[in-house]
Design a binder for this molecule. Sequence first.
Ligand SMILES: Cc1ncc(COP(=O)(O)O)c(C=O)c1O
Length: 371
Amino acid sequence: MSNEKKLHPESIAVSAGRPAPSPDAPVNFPIELSATFVVGGPIGYGRYGNQTWHALEDAIGALEQGSTLVFSSGMAAINSVFSILPAGSVVTTSHQGYNGTMNLLKSMQEGGHLEVRFVDVANTQEVLDALPGTHLLWLESPTNPTLTIADLPSLISAAKKLGCLVAVDNTFATPLNQQPLLMGADFVMHSVTKYLAGHSDVLMGSISTQNPALLEKISTARKLGGAIAGPFEAWLALRGLRTFALRFEKAQSNAMALATRLSVHPKVSIVHYPGLANDPHHLRAKSFMNGYGAMVSFLVHGDAATADKVCASSTLITQATSLGGVESLWERRRRWAGESVSVPENLIRLSVGCENIEDLWTDIQSALMKA
Ligand SMILES: Cc1ncc(COP(=O)(O)O)c(C=O)c1O
């Protein structure tokens, strides 16, 4: 765990994970390209550790206030947590969250490895009812793509009272908006690919925990599973992390403005954004989050073809999947066969970037008018 936890997150993002200052020491850790290490040290082999990973792990760990391990993708990080559960364990999770997580759990259930209870994580009572007998509660909040909010403080505390492990996918909220380890969660997971790295040029994931025994298990899972990050990717991600707070604050303020404008646009029927005062999840989000994030989902009047046409008609916003980069992206989520059928066909998920707000709004308005 880092000793930088008294700093504010903006300062941590800039300062954590740097070499100790000494005359002519570099300000940034170099990219350590070595598959093996001379005997006698704590690393030993390139699948077990790397100085460039460790720098990034120190920085993410300081932001999440735990110890962190990085992986080759967010999915690899998620898989490491499921892989340490004894066969037949019960996992309770969202029936409408990131489809990769849900589909991985479905396949593990079909293979007889785990039993899965899919619930509406925004419905606190439904989650509480599913907890007895659950070994791992896997939460995502805000959820991808409908931006529902789980009552994290209550659910984490109820699950911990029952001795259940709790993991939170903090990709959408980021440590600037919530720090689930401080609420008692055992694991925080990130698709580092998104806001932390922030430039859509690297795939990476992380797991953070305050529990040394769990850290050891995840570390062993990574060593043996082999889903390790490349040193160059770790270096890129840490370079991106330096501006994480700046980027996220700009994108979040753009998102609030766009959600507000979209909510009164005649071509739009529903806007999902927890920052809107009339969003059904606003009060809950306000009660424990520091901000509402930079993702906005909205339904256009019309069908899937209308939504596709909107996404294809922008000139500034790129029609692509993924999120969390400096550039705005949007897509119709149901274009993916693996997306939950509970997501409406005409839902567009917009990852708001750092462009000028008026340029973004001009682009959105013109795309809506073309459809
Ligand atoms: C909320 C969430 N969790 C996890 C993932 C998986 O991360 P990765 O694509 O880095 O494997 C994603 C990817 O979109 C995501 O949106």
